[in-house]
Design a protein around this ligand. Structure first.
Ligand code: KG4
Ligand code: ZN
Length: 337
């Protein structure tokens, strides 16, 4: 049986469309929205408008790059949530129209589930390197920080969650304080490479169990800089690399400590990281190092599958298709799931 899925991702500020056949990715196109950079964060109204402008040309290109005609598609998968409602509405409405016109099933996908299943996207070079179940995954993105146990493709148990900000938000908000454009995570990662991670100490949260908190770190970073700038107005410019390395080191430390705890509690040794922040080089290094010490089999997605992409929506849609889990045309997007 050949199953070919067209997938649409529009939960935040990236319009992405992918085509997947039997678990193998054929195309995965992303139109980024630079318009938000000037505002220091995503402006929901502008994001929806940009999705509306991008979605048809990106779909067209994704089908062409995959060499697939619409007649060959078996289903249309789309991100139902969580995300920005206006952005989700564009993808949901487009997917409904597409599925209706072709008379094929519609599949709704949870964006967080998809970030984790990014590990199961098949490519010729990785087909024997996907995780087996149970699979423990740290999902770290701009909106979420969770520890998840997957018992199979479709059963997801959240065993740890942030009680306030997400790890990506900590990168982005602290970066904003240093005057960096949004999203600040990638720039902090780059600048930290030449800095000393022990140069400055920021407060670490003490949250029980497997939950996280990042709002205290953000505040401590802000107050630390405010005090330093009083004595030296050029403190940020003069200490940029060390500030980035120390901040990044603190965030990575918080994440890895909880992941180690989760692996001890669950006894799971198939362990992965996912989501936009899993592109971070210090997190990747620390994760590989910790996994090596503890006998984990570690899984890190390709950088292009860490940040928002439709390939992960397609692979989730594929496993839902195999189980016959389809959505009705009365399905509505949800900002929170
Ligand atoms: O998964 P994602 O694309 O969107 C959400 O679902 O939120 O994640 C975006 C987040 C942003 O906060 C961005 O700053 C962060 O991922 N990010 C990074 C890196 N690349 C992206 N954070 C740290 N280091 C990076 N290299
Ligand atoms: Zn995401």
């Amino acid at each position: 049986m050949t199953v070919t899925i067209l997938a649409i991702e529009s939960s935040c500020d990236d319009t992405s469309v992918a085509v997947l056949r039997n678990g193998y990715i054929l195309s995965n196109l992303i139109a980024n929205q630079d318009i938000h950079m000037a505002y220091g964060g995503v402006v929901p109204e502008l994001a929806s408008r940009a999705h509306q402008a991008n979605i048809v040309p990106v779909t067209d290109l994704a089908l062409r790059e995959a060499g697939i005609s619409t007649r060959e598609l078996n289903a249309v998968a789309f991100t139902r949530g969580p995300g920005l409602l206006g952005s989700l509405l564009v993808g949901t409405s487009f997917a409904k129209g597409f599925a209706l016109a072709l008379n094929i099933p519609l599949i709704d996908v949870n964006h967080l589930h998809a970030h984790v299943l990014a590990h199961f996207i098949l490519e010729k070079e990785n087909e024997d390197k996907v995780p087996s179940f149970p699979f423990l995954c740290l999902l770290v993105s701009g909106g979420h920080t969770r520890i998840i146990v997957m018992r199979d493709y479709l059963s997801m148990e959240v065993i740890g969650n942030t009680i306030d900000d997400a790890a990506g938000e900590a990168f982005d908000k602290c970066g904003k304080v240093m005057g960096f454009p949004y999203p600040a995570g990638p720039l902090i990662d780059k600048l930290a490479k030449t800095g000393n991670k022990n140069a400055f100490v920021f407060s670490k949260p003490s949250v029980k169990g497997l939950d996280f908190s990042f709002s205290g770190l953000k505040t401590s970073f802000l107050y630390f800089l405010r005090d330093k700038i009083v004595k030296d107005p050029c403190f940020i410019e003069n200490n940029r690399a060390d500030l980035c390395a120390s901040l990044q080191g603190t965030i990575v430390n918080i994440l890895i400590n909880k992941l180690v705890k989760a692996a001890q509690i669950t006894g799971i040794k198939e362990v992965g990281i996912a989501g936009g922040v899993s592109a971070n080089s210090a997190l990747r290094d620390a994760f590989i190092g910790e996994g090596g010490k503890r006998g984990w089999k570690v899984y890190i997605p390709k950088v292009s599958y860490t940040t928002d992409n439709a390939a992960m929506i397609a692979v989730t849609g594929y496993y839902k298709y195999l189980q016959g889990q389809f959505a009705g045309h009365d399905v509505i997007p949800l900002a929170r799931l």
